[in-house]
Design a protein around this ligand. Structure first.
Ligand code: ADP
Length: 589
């Protein structure tokens, strides 16, 4: 009999190497805690346990299950809240109270719920991995498409009539060969650490529209791309993730709360269930999956939560959806990795993190992309990954930030100084970057406005000049600046305060359409250009800086969507008028 030889926190050792294979899921102890084999040597099998191990004793039994740690994939995932190993938290609390008790073996999907299934194949059809054989409405927003599991091929021998079915009911029988018939239900399993196969990868071409100006205009993320948000405590990582989850134009959001405080997770839950999706007028939870692994939950499960989340996301990508996955925060995940590595007595790398930290992070982000899925009808799916990083003290020279920055293509660096000045989102526009800007240029110019990229370049130039001018001001004072330079500083201030600053709590300002972002850029640039021209014609710089229309430019972001165009025209007219007046009141030479 396999029994426990040693226990060290979440790591359990068994003196038997014959019965277990690497990455296999096992049941540990009398209460059947879920664990995974993470090492097999000549003498010992090492297991990490995903639940609290208090109460386990040497001699307690360990049972192999013969399958790797897998996610259960089928209708009922959306709107659900899972822990790190895909146990539904609501069903568990109903069973065991506020705190989840160990060994609660609960199915990931509600096995009693009935779905309205339409079968899309007929007897005699030849099916391959990825082909859709049935579909059902999962939530009012998402149609669930049941796909033949990858690497499976056969001929349909039986189909169930359309109707109401539970997840484990047989819908289709596939004849694989003379002896084997495979029954397909509404669910399938997939090992969480293995990326789901695809047909081919596609180049990135479209931006993920988020309604956040600093993101869409300045630092765009592509659909199928990767981004990281590093920032110290209180700089707005969580807030930015929430804003993206609420507003980005992905079909489905997978939100992984990894090692964050329980209160914050509660806030996400409450916000998401109250929020109405602007496109469909349905609650946001109709297109969201939450994976909650708060800081008080077992550390090994935190390590697994990232893989569980991305496997669920890949499954929906394979149906032809676009998924955005938010992980908050990958630093807490890396800390879990470090803790496990320490228990395993591995050689520590930089700051105690294991040497494989970089490759593990890369494996996670690598699962993002825009793809042609398996299946004969060549669906296109995309998976975008956004990871928050919380470096201690906000210093991004630490290993997790550095390893992440080597992988991701967008870096939204949060700046404690900006947050301190209450400039939100506190993304530093000078140090952050997006490597998708050039690839997305064409899309923005064709789909929003042909001068989009030119305007963006002008804003960025002014902001860069501002940084240089500020150095000069520090040395010699504001008075030493020429009038055009003073104007440029004012334009930069307008870009920062009127354009980049965006209040997530304001009803209108929380989301800005691309058209409105374009209008806002134009207003700032018009103001600057007309002032420069007026200065040439002799207007006084103090008059130009004090133009009353500037207040209206500043308030334009709060203009309700149906009045944007009229208000824009009104501001332009007022601007020209006031500029003319400033020129009339010109300086005497
Ligand atoms: P972190 O997760 O980095 O510790 P939070 O996301 O909790 O930080 O943000 C801290 C605070 O900053 C929030 O409570 C909020 O008051 C403010 N904040 C962050 N982003 C915004 C924003 N876009 N608009 C308004 N306030 C913001």
């Amino acid at each position: 009999m396999n029994c426990i030889y040693a226990i060290n926190g979440p790591v359990v050792k068994v003196r038997d190497t014959k019965s277990f294979s690497m990455r296999e899921m096992v049941m540990v102890g009398k209460s059947k805690l879920i664990g995974e084999v993470i090492g097999v040597t000549d003498e010992m099998t090492t297991i990490q346990v995903y639940e609290g191990t208090a109460g386990l004793m040497p001699g307690d039994p360990v049972e192999p299950t013969g399958t790797p740690m897998s996610a259960t994939l089928g209708p009922g995932i959306i709107s659900n809240i899972y822990d790190g190993i895909q146990r539904p938290l609501k069903a568990m609390t109903a069973l065991s109270g506020v705190y989840v008790t160990e060994g609660s073996a609960i199915a990931a999907l509600d096995e009693e719920r009935e779905f309205d299934v339409t079968v899309t194949v007929k007897v005699g059809d030849k099916l391959h991995g990825g082909d859709i054989y049935a579909q059902c409405p999962e939530t009012p927003l998402i149609t669930h498409r049941c796909m033949v599991p990858p690497y499976t091929e056969g001929t349909v021998e039986y189909v169930a009539p359309d109707g109401k079915y539970k997840v484990n009911d047989v819908i289709v029988k596939l004849r694989i060969d003379e002896e084997t018939v495979q029954e397909l239900t509404l669910v399938q399993k997939w090992p969480i650490r293995t990326p789901r196969p695809i047909n081919k990868r596609l180049p990135i071409s479209k931006p993920l529209i988020t309604g956040q100006r600093i993101v869409d205009t300045v630092l765009p993320l592509a659909k199928g791309g990767t981004a990281a948000i590093p920032g110290g405590f209180g700089t707005g990582k969580t807030m930015t993730q929430h804003q993206l989850a609420k507003w980005c134009d992905a079909d489905i959001i997978v939100y992984i709360g990894c090692g964050e405080r329980g209160n914050e997770m509660t806030q996400v839950l409450e916000e998401f269930s109250e929020l109405i999706d602007p496109k469909s007028n349905r609650p946001l939870t109709d297109r969201t999956v939450l994976i909650a692994n708060t800081s008080n939950m077992p550390v090994a499960a935190r390590e697994a939560s990232i893989y569980t989340g991305i496997t669920l996301a890949e499954y929906y990508r394979d149906m032809g959806y676009h998924i955005a996955i938010m992980a908050d925060s990958t630093s807490r995940w890396a800390e879990a990795l470090r803790e496990m590595s320490g228990r395993l007595e591995e050689m520590p790398g930089e700051e105690g993190y294991p040497a494989y930290l970089g490759s593990r992070l890369a494996q996670f982000y690598e699962r993002a992309g825009r793809v042609i899925t398996l299946g004969s009808d060549s669906r296109e799916g995309a998976l975008s990954v956004i990871g928050a990083v919380s470096p201690p003290g906000g210093d991004i020279s630490e290993p997790v930030s550095q390893a992440t920055l080597r992988i991701v293509k967008v870096f939204w660096g949060l700046d404690a100084n900006l947050a301190y000045k209450r400039h939100f989102p506190a993304v530093n526009w000078l140090t952050s970057y997006s490597l998708y800007v050039d690839t997305m240029a064409n899309w923005f110019n064709t789909n929003v406005a042909e001068d989009w990229m030119d305007l963006r370049a002008r804003l960025m130039r002014i902001l860069q000049d501002e940084a240089e001018l500020e150095e000069i001001v520090k040395l010699v004072g504001m008075d030493a600046l020429s009038a055009p330079d003073r104007l440029k500083l004012e334009a930069a201030r307008s870009i920062r305060e009127d354009f980049l600053h965006q209040n997530a709590f304001h009803e209108t300002d929380t989301y800005t359409s691309l058209e409105k972002q374009h209008d806002m850029m134009l207003l700032v640039v018009h103001f600057y250009d007309q002032c420069v021209a007026a200065l040439d014609k002799g207007a006084k710089v103090d008059d130009l800086i004090a133009l009353p229309v500037r207040e209206k430019i500043g308030r334009f972001k709060y203009t309700a969507n149906d009045r944007v165009s009229a208000e824009y025209d009104a501001i332009c007219a007022e601007l020209s008028q006031q500029i003319d007046k400033a020129i009339e009141n010109k300086e005497d030479f």
